[in-house]
Each structure stands twice: as structure tokens, then as C-alpha cells.
Design a protein around this ligand. Structure first.
Ligand code: BG6
Length: 494
């Protein structure tokens, strides 16, 4: 196990105020991420974590839940009760009705004791409350030029609602103060996409439509909707996963090299990709998109319910699977399909990007077998690794016989370091003031604009969900009848 590091970078003292501070996300992700950074000696300044909750008289329960989540989230060998106690002593619970000014008195009194600290407001509530909270913070005199605000997804449910939220928030905060979280950008393997592409001359030269046949991005989940039925049924796979996580992956795979690793340079390159995505229309939506919903099935021999049973409704048109054949209309990617897929209750959980290279121009060898097997497989999670599939001669007599073999880089074997959780990196970046891994408003608008070309085209063509069994790989060829089989085409089903 790697030891706690010495961190040279010294942070400015801070107050982190978490709205929705007794919500699931805060317990599961935000506090454990901070705890891990604390154990690793990175929180080397004075700080307070303030959990804002609407529930009065909740102190005891809060302490209990916090202790239990923190203990669970950190490997046993690293949990030491003195550390845990010290960390928890910096977390304060304040009761406040988030949307009315009244509750903000206690918060103000608390923050006033720590003048000169940077104040970070983390909105981990439904986004419909963001406008009211930021206005109430402003009216209470709690914000200034150096305050920051962190916004959890989903930011609205359409371009219009997302813009409306932004209009409300920007009455209080400037774009340079806003951190829009997409936790995929905090994943180690997702950050490695930049290193893989821009620190290796080898790949960048082949990274274009001359050499690449297609790119496949898959985020398969075996989980269902868990306890989020209300939210999920309003969103579906397209808004929950594609609008943010998958599009960010597309950007990192497809963008031009930024001239520097600065936030605006990186974000502008991503923005160009989002703006070059070819919008869907009534024709293309029929042949280049599929949506599905899971029925009952088995996952690892355990019977699981259908989506409708999970959300306790008789009817719902919400999709739990989506597959798209997308194009980026620019010079580098002309006519290279990007196959994007995601689904809940799939056979296994894995996220992967596959770069499928074109066939060699001329086959010298006697074998009739096609030679289009060069692939770069980037496994984002779990069992993180990179594989380069190359044709290799089978040893022995019998002429040139060959088969695809993988050159493998396994993260676990190559590094001793633990993989920090995405939230650790992202929260630290907020503290240090680095917006590179956060979405800009322009990116959000471009992403919504493209997503709406899909939702509008689905609506106008009356597109229906194709049912798939939980524990399968989603709507397959047999269900799709004679439709073009791109949904399952060369999909690396694990
Ligand atoms: C969230 C979605 O943003 O990402 C969830 O709302 C999804 O529905 C989750 O399960 C997937 O994240 P990860 O890190 O488990 O791949």
C-alpha cells in the first residue's frame, strides 16, 4: 500500500459549504473524498466542512451516518479512529431551509468567524434549487469575488431549463467562479486519455479518418436505477449518461491537441468537437439511434426486476439503453462513425473505448482473413488497462499464418499507487482553483443542442423503446430484425 505523500502545494484556508449535505451523494462521494485527501496529508491548511441540511434535530444521526460511510469507504488498514475523529471534528451540521433567507443566519454567523477563508459552496441538491440558493447566498451577503460554486449534474433537463439555471446562477457567480462537475473527468483512466494521445507521438499520427475506421465508446452498467427512480424516470439513459459522461469521452478522444494544459485551452478544444457533432434529423434518427428498456432477467444468476417494476409504474417511455452512430463533421473525423452505447442492467459493468483502425492497404499474405484487426482498447473501468491488438505470425511452418494478439498494459501491474476516486481530484481542483476538468457553460449549451436534435427527432418520429432482457447486452440483432446491425457491430462484449 502506498504511503501518505508529502504535498508541497499549500492551499488557502477554506470553508466548504455542502447544500444537500445529508444527501446520498454527500455521504457516498463528497465526505469520503475529502477524508481520503485528509489521510493523504493534502488538506494541509485550516478548513471547515459545513453540511447544510433541511432536517432539524438531525445531529446524532448525521454523526452516525458520517462515521459509518467514512469507515466503509476507506480500506480498513487506513482507518484509524484518531484520524477519523479529527476529520469529523471539522465537519459541522447547520440546519437551513435552503430556499428561504431565514435559515442563512446560522450559516452567516458560522462563516463570519473565518474571515479571509475562501468560501466554496457545493450545490448537491436538485438543480431546480440552484437559483434560489445562489440568490439567498447573495442576499445574505455571503458571496464575494473569491467565492466558488460547485454544481452537480444534471443541470436542467433541456437546453432551455439548463440556460435558465445558468441565468440564475450568474446573477451571483461569474463563469470563472463556477465548477460544473462531470465526475467522469476526474477518473484516472479518463485523464490518461490526454497523456495517451498527447504524450505519445506514435498514436497522434494515426489519429484521423485516414487510419481509423470507427471508434466505439461503451459504458455498460449492471446496476439498475437503485433508489433514484424519480430522477431517472425523468432523465433516461440519454440525459443521465450521454449528455455528459459519454460526450466528454467523445471530446477527449476526438479533440485537437490544445496548445497548453490550461483550462480554457482544453475546454475550447472540447467545445469545437461538441459544436461539430452532426445533429440528428427525422431520417438519421431512424437508422442511427436505438433506445431500449430492460425487462426482467438474471444478472450473475440473481433474478432482477424489470424497469417498470423497479420504478413501480405500469407504463414509462423512459429509455434505459441508448446506442447512437454519431459523426463529427470536421477535417480530422470526416465520415468516421463514433458508436456510442450505454445501458443499465447489462450483463456486466464495464466502460471502454475502442479505436478500430482501417485494414492495411494491400494484403501481401496468402491468408484470406481480413487484416482489419488493429485495435486500441482503452479499458476505463474496471480492470483498467490498455491493449493494442496487432496481427502476429503464428510460429512454425505452414507459411504466413497470423492472428491478432494483444500488447497489454495493465494499470494494476504497472503502478503501486492507489487510484484516487474521481471526486478526490475534482474537489481538490476546486480548492486550488483549476477549472480544466469542469465543463464550461458553452460546452453545456453545445451538448444540450446536440442532445435536443435526438430528443426532438425521437419525438417527431414516435421512436419506441425496444425491450431487452436484464442481464443481456441490450437490444440485439435478433430483436432489431433486419435493421442495420451497427448497434452490435464489432462490440467487444465482455
Ligand atoms: C452518474 C449517473 O452520473 O453516473 C448514474 O447518474 C450512473 O446513473 C453513474 O450509474 C455511473 O458512474 P460510474 O462512475 O459508476 O461509472
Amino acid at each position: 500500500m502506498a504511503k501518505a505523500r508529502k504535498h508541497k502545494e499549500k492551499f488557502k484556508n477554506f470553508n466548504l459549504v455542502v447544500f444537500g449535505g445529508t444527501g446520498d451523494l454527500a455521504y457516498r462521494k463528497i465526505y469520503p473524498a475529502l477524508y481520503q485527501r485528509f489521510i493523504d496529508n493534502q488538506l494541509n491548511c485550516n478548513y471547515n466542512i459545513i453540511s447544510v441540511s433541511r432536517k432539524a434535530g438531525y445531529e446524532l444521526k448525521f454523526q452516525e451516518k458520517l462515521t459509518s460511510f467514512l469507515t466503509k469507504s476507506i480500506k480498513k488498514s487506513k482507518t484509524n479512529s484518531a484520524d477519523l475523529k479529527k476529520f469529523i471534528s471539522n465537519i459541522h451540521l447547520i440546519t437551513a431551509e435552503e430556499s428561504s433567507l431565514e435559515g442563512y443566519g446560522d450559516l452567516k454567523a458560522f462563516l463570519n468567524q473565518f474571515k479571509g477563508y475562501q468560501d466554496i459552496f457545493y450545490f448537491s441538491t436538485p438543480s431546480s434549487a440552484f437559483g434560489e440558493i445562489s440568490q439567498a447566498l447573495k442576499d445574505s451577503g455571503l458571496t464575494n469575488e473569491s467565492s466558488k460554486v460547485v454544481l452537480e449534474k444534471p443541470l436542467g433537463h433541456s437546453l432551455e431549463s439548463s440556460n435558465a439555471i445558468n441565468d440564475q446562477i450568474t446573477k451571483t457567480f461569474k463563469e470563472s467562479q463556477i465548477y460544473r462537475i462531470d465526475h467522469y473527468l476526474g477518473k484516472e483512466t479518463v485523464q490518461n486519455l490526454m497523456v495517451l494521445r498527447f504524450a505519445n507521438n506514435l498514436f497522434e499520427r494515426a489519429w484521423n479518418s485516414e487510419n481509423i475506421d470507427n471508434i466505439q465508446i461503451t459504458v455498460a452498467e449492471s446496476l439498475g436505477v437503485e433508489k433514484r427512480a424519480g430522477y431517472y424516470d425523468q432523465s433516461g439513459a440519454l440525459l443521465d449518461m450521454v449528455q455528459n459522461h459519454l460526450l466528454q469521452l467523445v471530446c477527449l478522444v476526438a479533440m485537437e491537441p490544445p496548445y497548453a494544459l490550461e483550462a480554457n485551452e482544453v475546454r475550447n478544444e472540447k467545445l469545437k468537437i461538441l459544436r461539430s457533432l452532426r445533429p440528428f434529423n427525422k431520417q438519421s434518427i431512424k437508422t442511427e439511434s436505438i433506445k431500449g428498456q430492460y425487462t426482467r432477467g438474471n444478472i450473475e444468476d440473481i433474478k432482477v426486476n424489470s424497469y417498470l417494476e423497479d420504478i413501480e409504474k405500469y407504463e414509462s417511455k423512459t429509455e434505459t439503453f441508448v446506442a447512437l452512430k454519431a459523426y463529427i463533421d470536421n477535417w480530422r473525423w470526416k465520415n468516421v462513425p463514433f458508436y456510442i452505447r450505454t445501458g443499465k442492467r447489462m450483463k456486466k459493468r464495464y466502460s471502454e473505448i475502442v479505436i478500430n483502425f482501417k485494414e492495411v492497404k494491400h494484403n501481401l499474405f496468402p491468408s484470406k482473413e481480413r487484416m482489419n484487426n488493429n485495435k486500441l482498447i482503452i479499458r476505463l473501468q474496471p480492470e483498467e488497462r490498455i491493449e493494442l491488438i496487432q496481427m502476429t505470425k503464428i510460429p512454425g511452418p505452414g507459411g504466413y499464418r497470423y492472428k491478432p494478439i494483444a500488447l497489454k498494459l495493465d494499470y494494476v501491474d504497472s503502478f503501486d499507487e492507489r487510484f484516487p476516486e474521481a471526486y478526490e481530484r475534482l474537489i481538490i481542483d476546486v480548492i486550488r482553483g483549476n477549472q480544466t476538468l469542469f465543463m464550461s457553460q458553452d460546452e453545456l449549451v453545445a451538448a444540450w443542442t446536440w442532445i435536443e436534435s435526438i430528443t426532438n427527432s425521437w419525438k417527431s418520429t414516435g421512436a419506441k423503446n425496444i425491450l431487452y432482457e436484464a442481464g443481456s447486452w441490450g437490444p440485439g440483432d435478433h430483436i432489431l430484425d433486419n435493421k442495420e446491425s451497427w448497434v452490435t457491430k464489432s462490440w467487444n462484449k465482455k
